[in-house]
Design a protein. Structure first.
Length: 131
């Protein structure tokens, strides 16, 4: 059974805009479709073109993304444009089939100390390559 979801970012105590990018990655491979509306920031969908490069089926219009879940993402080289988007791309890469490379790690590093080390401690097959 395919399910449909609608998520809207809202000020506290609503759904946090800081989790919107990660929720986009999660829904990229979830069963069914998700409408995700970003009510707080105009440019919070910078990660979407990179997810599409990995095989995600996402359409953005204004502040709303329609995410149709696909069976599997595939590995790709993608670029982080911001902190939360970079984290979302890293999580998507971990679930993708094949190898992925996330560029512009400085965005991730400024907000998530030791992100790769923490993910590795949880069992992720991830490594930081020298620049």
């Amino acid at each position: 059974m395919r399910s449909n979801r609608h998520i809207e970012t809202l000020p506290f105590p609503g759904f946090p805009t800081d989790l919107q990018a990660q929720m986009t990655s999660l829904n990229a491979t979830a069963d069914g479709a998700c409408i995700l509306t970003e009510n707080l920031f105009e440019t919070r969908f910078k990660h979407v073109p990179e997810l599409i490069r990995m095989g995600a089926d996402i359409t953005v219009k204004d502040r709303t993304a329609l995410i149709r879940g696909v069976k599997r993402l595939h590995g790709a080289t993608v670029a982080s444009e911001d902190l939360r988007g970079g984290a979302a791309l890293t999580l998507a890469a971990l679930s993708a089939e094949g190898k992925s490379q996330v560029l512009n790690l400085s965005h991730i590093d400024r907000g998530y100390d030791g992100f790769d080390l923490k993910l590795r401690a949880l069992g992720a097959n991830i490594q930081r390559l020298p620049v």
